[in-house]
Design a protein around this ligand. Structure first.
Ligand code: PYC
Length: 314
């Protein structure tokens, strides 16, 4: 009998959970984080699902493998993942990672650089516990893309990169409130299926796997509220860091948001990320500020005799 032990720290950022694997992860070898992500995509499904799928996790849980960075200028490397695959970047997860490293005594308040599969991001852990994440360059790839969604009708949105690929729609089939997440999820799933069928993809052919709806904020101190469907079927409980980045890239491209001006993005729970941006070579360089709280720490036990050692089947 073998029982593998995986050491994790759990947190939530604005309501969205993150589970950082601090020990017990498979060896992904040397090289860039992009290369290590590919190896994890190829070989890591059992481990990925063991950590974040039921019965130890759920569709909503985002995991992060804490890895050595490729370059010594970075404090850490990370590959984020959920039950259906890996992510390029994750804003709420990076805030959770920095808060986790501080909790473990491995990071002090101040600036740090984190290596991710889509590039380095600069973080700043503030004395009050807030974390700023200066994300990768973000841009709008295509504006005003029209699709005909079966059972819904014509839908128009923008295709944008914020560390993950997003299709962003102004408007929604229902108010952006928790009691409507069923309808909002169905709508976004139909949009995502239609994009795939119409072969509307990222320039490299990757699936546009995040769908973001925008509507008016509940709190007049904020600029907008969103609902974001993540890869798989779960929605982001937080305002979504990469989604807020993609949104600001679209606003900037339309001349509706200026560099340095705050964009307070509400999520479906009413929690907020504050975004700003600087102009970048391509699009914008966004910064997102939010806060995470540690919710648990301990060891996952992966027992060879357990039929669900690697999670429930998909
Ligand atoms: O905060 O960027 C984010 C994110 C992506 C998926 C879930 N959260």
């Amino acid at each position: 009998m073998t029982v593998a032990r995986v050491r994790v720290v759990d947190s939530h950022t604005a309501g969205e959970p993150t589970r950082i694997v601090v020990a017990g992860a498979p060896d992904l070898g040397p090289g860039s984080l992009a290369l290590r992500r590919l190896r994890f995509d190829r070989d890591g499904e059992p481990f990925r699902r063991a950590v974040v799928a039921e019965p130890r996790g759920s569709d909503v849980l985002v995991g992060g493998l804490l890895l050595p960075a490729e370059h010594s200028r970075c404090a850490a490397g990370v590959v984020f993942f959920n039950p259906v695959g890996t992510l390029g970047m994750c804003g709420h997860g990076t805030i959770g990672l920095v808060t986790t490293l501080a909790h473990l005594g491995r990071m002090r308040p101040g600036p740090a650089t984190i290596d991710t599969p889509v590039g380095e991001v600069a973080t700043d852990l503030r004395a009050n516990g807030d974390v700023a994440v200066r994300n990768v360059d973000s841009w709008r790839e295509r504006a005003g893309v029209r699709i005909d969604v079966p059972g819904v009708g014509p839908v128009v949105g923008d295709l944008a990169w914020g560390g993950n690929w997003f299709f962003l729609i102004d408007g929604a089939p229902a108010p952006l409130v928790p009691s409507e997440v069923g309808r909002l999820t169905e709508y976004c799933l139909a949009v995502r299926r239609t994009l795939a069928r119409a072969k509307i993809t990222a320039p490299d052919g990757a699936e546009v796997d995040h769908i973001e709806l925008s509507g008016p904020p509940a709190d007049r101190h904020n600029q907008a509220r969103n609902f974001v469907l993540c890869p798989g079927g779960a929605y982001d409980r937080s305002p979504c860091g990469t989604g807020t980045s993609a949104k600001m890239a679209c606003l900037a491209a339309d001349g509706r948001l200026r560099p340095g001006v705050a964009w307070r993005q509400e999520g479906i729970l009413g929690t907020v990320f504050e975004g700003t941006f600087e102009p970048a070579a391509r699009g914008i360089r966004p910064t997102i500020v939010g806060r995470a709280y540690i919710t648990g720490e301990g060891e996952l036990l992966l027992d060879d005799r357990d039929p669900f050692r690697n999670g429930l089947p998909e």
